[in-house]
Design a protein around this ligand. Sequence first.
Ligand SMILES: [Zn+2]
Length: 215
Amino acid sequence: MNIFIMGAPGSGKGTFSSRIKEEFNLNHISTGDIFRENISKGTELGLKAKAYSEKGLLVPDEITNKMVKDFLSTLEDKKNGYLLDGYPRTLDQAKAFEEMTAGTDLAVEKIVVMDVPFDELTRRITGRRTCKKCGAIYNIYSKPPKVAEVCDECQSPLTQRKDDNAESLKVRLDEYSKNTEPVIAYYEEKGMVSKVDASKPIDEIWPVLKEILKK
Ligand SMILES: [Zn+2]
């Protein structure tokens, strides 16, 4: 079973990817892993990608596409397929990947979308606070500390990650709307998309997700 998992930042994609990987014995791969692997092994594509990112430029789709395909085809242990996370990011990537893999055992079969309304994502991300001293995690909306901005466990001041502010999040959500939502619409037209209501608690989402993937 070959799956793409998609979802906006804060949608729980990472958490569920690990569970899916375990349950269905899949290769879980993120494009970040593929980039790092190619760069550390010094492959031709890796060197090209590195040159772009060192200049602060986006790695062109054709390099990314080729890297993803090469990576998938060289997996020694194919297990039961792959779960690809963070790809395709654009409609062009989706179409190119489809062309490259059509009729092969690398063609994608299912698209899982972790669906959460943007206002809920905003609460999840901008509300996140952590204690640097003991590692405790809070959310000012859903799991507030007893005293505002102070850790319950060790009374240290809580901190917010730099990227968790409203402005940075808006940039990431805008990018998701602009680039990734058209990819989802493209696969929806082909009848390949299963949307999961990921605004619910994890324990309610997981059985639903499992059923979808077993079908
Ligand atoms: Zn603490």
